[in-house]
Design a protein around this ligand. Structure first.
Ligand code: HEC
Ligand code: HEC
Length: 371
């Protein structure tokens, strides 16, 4: 028996970085961590590009042409699964299918992730797709979630494969080979990297490291930057701020549909129990401003979702929309009653950027601060 060195260092490093980042991608699947989630996705994409080329110029067993993908191989392998004979030094046929499946599904997950980020959040490379054309928005997110679930299933099959191989063919030392590169074989099948392969792997590793340094040092780079600009309402419309932000925070006009603003401005004498009435002219000017900038005119997620959830309902509070309720349903009552929050309408306590017309994920305050 021989100890054959078949998985080169770049192959193993790829494998573990891939595992680590995909794990992190699942762990950052949370609105507040969206920017990190996106960066991890781009990081995985770099790894995938490396793996793609490695599949052509890499060493034996890592090259795609050494993946036994013919159907008859798979059939033969499945029929002889209990035999201890080792026909495949690298991946066996079923493992090869799973491997290629994982690569394709991860690629599609990243692609739909970038689409979701662009269409739904107006962020990143495809932020220009955040437009009235995609008002429905959900499509890509649903596909993204579908692929990530498919990935989980493939990972489960992969782990199951490792486990059964451990039970059926312990002598081959397949599991430890992904740590040390060495499998036990009947002849010496060891591989050795040539200079070009080493150089290629090194360049990609450098690229990968530079990518993370770049993203950590330049937070608002085009990979994640939002197309939505902050607004200075005091400058844009001093009257609106003076009259409508004296009792509470500035509610950006794009957080409610035009019909809600018309209804609200028509009943200011009894505005949530307060008299907020204005002169006829001020009322007209403010209403005009609110309608010109209402939810219908914006592609921000909050606008599209609130509009969708209010439609023609007679609702004049964002907090009464189903969308708002759904997004905040897990927040305990006592958080809203906390002295620094006081009301669920006090958005600013948790969304520090709302008075600038934004509700960015990374600006959402941790509600544990109010527990
Ligand atoms: C005299 C004080 C006062 C003035 C002036 C005032 N509001 Fe209000 N507004 C309130 C109160 C009180 C509430 C209820 C807040 C709560 O539920 O905690 C409210 C709630 C709101 C809400 C609903 C927030 C939610 O729950 O989603 C909006 C939108 C709003 N006001 C817009 C305006 C606009 C626009 C103006 C200017 C025309 C204005 N307000 C002027 C007192 C005022
Ligand atoms: C006590 C804190 C708190 C208050 C007050 C609050 N929110 Fe939130 N909001 C949150 C948290 C936490 C989330 C994230 C929920 C999640 O997705 O897990 C959130 C999510 C959202 C989202 C969804 C963001 C996204 O991209 O998915 C919107 C929109 C939003 N809030 C708007 C508002 C508005 C408008 C107000 C005021 C009328 C408000 N919130 C008041 C805590 C708060």
């Amino acid at each position: 028996m021989f100890n054959s060195y078949i998985w080169s260092l770049p192959s193993r490093l790829f494998h573990w970085l891939f595992v680590g980042l995909i794990l992190l991608a699942f762990l950052t699947d949370d609105g507040k961590l969206l920017n990190y989630h996106a960066l991890i996705g781009y990081g995985v994409l770099i790894l995938l590009v490396f793996r793609f080329f490695w599949g052509y110029i890499g060493p034996k067993y890592s090259r795609f042409k050494d993946f036994p993908l013919a159907f008859r191989d798979a059939k033969e392998f499945a029929l002889n699964i209990f035999s201890s004979k080792q026909k495949y030094i690298g991946h066996n046929p079923i493992a090869s299918y799973v491997m290629i499946g994982i690569f394709i599904v991860v690629f599609l997950t990243i692609l739909t992730g970038i689409l979701t980020l662009g269409v739904e959040e107006g962020k990143g490379l495809l932020s220009s797709l955040n437009s009235t054309f995609f008002k429905k928005m959900e499509l890509f997110k649903d596909i993204h979630e579908f692929f990530s679930n498919l990935l989980l299933a493939l990972i489960a099959v992969h782990l199951l494969g490792i486990f059964s191989d451990r039970v059926l063919h312990p002598a081959h030392k397949t599991l430890s080979s992904i740590f040390n590169g060495i499998k036990v074989t009947s002849e010496d099948y060891s591989i050795k990297l040539n200079i070009a392969q080493k150089l290629f792997a090194l360049i990609f590793l450098a690229l990968f490291v530079v990518f993370f340094i770049f993203n950590i040092s330049i937070k608002n780079n085009p990979l994640v930057a939002s197309k939505h600009m902050s607004v200075d309402y005091k400058k844009l419309n001093p009257l609106f701020v003076k009259e409508c932000a004296s009792c509470h925070i500035i509610y950006p006009p794009h957080t409610l549909p035009a019909t809600s603003w018309v209804t609200m401005m028509g009943g200011l004498e009894n505005h949530f129990g307060d008299d907020a009435s204005l002169s006829e002219k001020d009322n007209r000017d403010i209403l005009d401003f609110l309608v010109r900038n209402s939810a219908e005119t914006s592609t921000q997620k909050v606008s599209v979702k609130v509009l969708d959830s209010i439609k023609n309902k007679d609702i004049i509070a964002i907090t009464q929309s189903d969308f708002w309720k759904k997004k905040h349903k897990d927040i305990p009552k006592k958080v809203f009653a906390h002295k620094d929050v006081k009301s669920k309408a006090n958005c600013k306590a948790c969304h520090s950027d709302i008075e600038k017309g934004l509700i960015e994920n990374d600006k959402i305050k941790d509600i544990n601060a109010f527990m």
